[in-house]
Every structure is written in C-alpha cells, then in structure tokens.
Design a protein around this ligand. Structure first.
Ligand SMILES: Nc1ncnc2c1ncn2[C@@H]1O[C@H](COP(=O)(O)OP(=O)(O)OP(=O)(O)O)[C@@H](O)[C@H]1O
Length: 273
C-alpha cells in the first residue's frame, strides 16, 4: 500500500512568519495518528495541507497519492473527511441535524434544493446513530450542546466515506463526560479495520482514543518526534514539545501527563534540554 499522506520537506510561510519549517511526515494505510503540540506549533496548518485546503510554500504534499498543485482539489476533497472549528462555524444553527450530515454529500452547508437518495439518508442516520445521535436527527443544530455538535460534525465528516478522516481538536470545549463519550466513540472507529486512516489533533494526551497507533509531535513549526505511539510519547519527547518537564503514563489503552515533581517552578521550558 502506498502512503496516504506524504509531506516532504514542507515549509509554509505567511509574510515574514515561518509557520512550518521543512517538515516531513508520512502516513500509511491503516494507521491512526494523533498530532500533539502546544498552541501555535503548526498543527492546524498541517491539517489544512492534508485536507487540500492549503498549499505549501516550499516542498511537496501528496494526499492519497495526488500531488497538491497538480491535482484538482475539488475532486480530492470529498476523499478527505475534515472536522474543524472553522468548518463548524459555517454550519447554520437553523439546520436540521440530519441535514447537517446529509449536505456533506454535496460539500455544502445549509440544505437548499439538492435531491438525496434514500441510501444517502440511511447512511446519514447510521452515522448519527454510531455517534449516539439517533434521538437528535430532527433537532436544529443550533440547539445542540457542544458535545452533541462535535459528534454531529464527525458524522458529517464521514458522510462521503472518506479514505482519510482529519479531526482538528474534536474534544475542545467538552466537559469530562462529553470528552469520555467522544474518546470512546473514536476508539471504536479506530478499532474498526474498515475505518479510514485517522488523524486527530489535540493538546492533551488524555484525549488520545484507544487503538491509536502513531504520534506526531510538533513544536514551533518543526517535528519534535514522529512514529509508533509507544516510542514517541515519552517523558523526554513530550517535555521538549511542551517546554515543561512532564511525566507521561500509559494506563492500558489511555494516556495521561502531568508536570514532574522536579522542575515545576512554573517556568515553561525550564530544565528541558
Ligand atoms: N495567515 C497567517 N499569517 C501569519 N501567521 C499565521 C497565519 N496562519 C497561522 N499563523 C501562525 O502560525 C502559527 C501556527 O498556527 P496553527 O494554527 O497551525 O497552530 P496550532 O498548532 O494549530 O495552534 P493552536 O493549538 O493554538 O490551535 C501560529 O503562530 C499562527 O499565529
């Protein structure tokens, strides 16, 4: 199997700002990746490249075997599921939950006069049910809680049966119960060999669902570490990435991290060499 994503020596610059600095990253079929890093590290920018929503300034990006810059991105994008805060903002509050998912078939938000087959409606209902939203299909999106919105957004991102699913901070803003429900649902998705390749962005190792296989750590626009999750999520790598001395622990199929007893004087970056 070829690579699903292949970023080779990619830099992104905006004006004088170097957002990504010569990063390389490869994702293969069947893998489930978490992308971790502090605020401003470049995580969303990487996701925007992978979603064919942005081009690199320098370097090459191949998504599902297609080179950005050569491929018609409007043909590529339906093959890539994306759930992000920026996309979520475009969903009208007056949209029915079922239509929020259904309209992804046309890559639009806001139902107008498009026709949908029963098979499309059935798929949207199945996806909503898989994310615990079966009882909400007729509710208006604007009336949902944050957790219910996130689950609806993920169902929507899966509607086109994408080959890769990109989730940019899906647990942001959720309470503990909502986070745990979402993590469990994503863990089930990750365990299913028929699921697309998954890439999930987060700031917190506690949000990594079970069955995730690989991790990419970003810091200041560069790759701190990338590879199998057990090799990457170490005290040393996480401490360097976040600029705080951290103890990282694995508890079965979940992770936690907290400041180590030493070097916790509140100085970010202290004693991390
Ligand atoms: N159009 C732009 N012009 C200038 N700087 C930008 C632009 N877009 C992003 N940046 C900067 O690039 C850096 C990386 O942004 P990005 O959103 O990719 O980070 P992130 O890791 O997703 O951050 P967060 O965790 O806070 O969401 C940030 O410092 C941001 O201010």
């Amino acid at each position: 199997m070829g690579d699903v994503l292949d970023l080779d020596q990619v830099s992104v610059r905006r004006g004088t700002t170097q957002i990504l600095d010569e990063i390389s990253w490869r994702v293969a079929d069947g893998e489930r990746w978490v992308v971790l890093g502090p605020n401003g590290a470049g995580k969303t920018t990487v996701i925007q490249l992978a979603a064919a929503r942005m081009h690199p300034t320098v370097g090459t990006v191949d998504v599902l075997g297609e080179r950005l810059g050569r491929v018609d991105v409007f043909e590529l994008r339906p093959r890539v599921g994306l759930a992000s805060a920026a996309l979520a903002e475009r969903i009208p509050g007056s949209e029915r939950v079922l239509d929020v998912v259904l309209t992804a078939s046309y890559g639009v938000t806001g139902r107008w006069r498009e026709g949908y087959e029963d098979v499309d409606t059935g798929r949207a209902l199945d996806l909503l049910a898989a994310f615990g939203m079966a009882d909400f299909t007729d509710r208006l999106y604007g009336t949902l809680s944050e957790g219910e919105r996130k689950r609806t957004q993920i169902a929507r991102a899966l509607m086109t049966d994408p080959e890769i699913l990109l989730l940019d901070e899906p647990a942001a803003g959720l309470d503990l119960g909502g986070r745990e429900e979402l993590v469990a649902a994503l863990g089930e998705l990750a365990a299913d060999p028929l699921s697309p390749v998954l890439v999930l962005v987060t700031h917190h190792v506690e949000e990594i669902p079970p069955h995730f296989t690989h991790a990419l750590l970003l810091r200041a626009g560069g790759v701190e570490a990338a590879g199998p999750i057990d090799e990457v999520l170490t005290d040393e790598h996480l401490s360097r990435t976040f600029g705080v001395v951290l103890d990282v622990e694995r508890h079965g199929d979940r992770w936690s991290a907290r400041a180590a007893a030493r070097g916790t004087s509140g100085r970010r970056g202290a004693a991390v060499t």
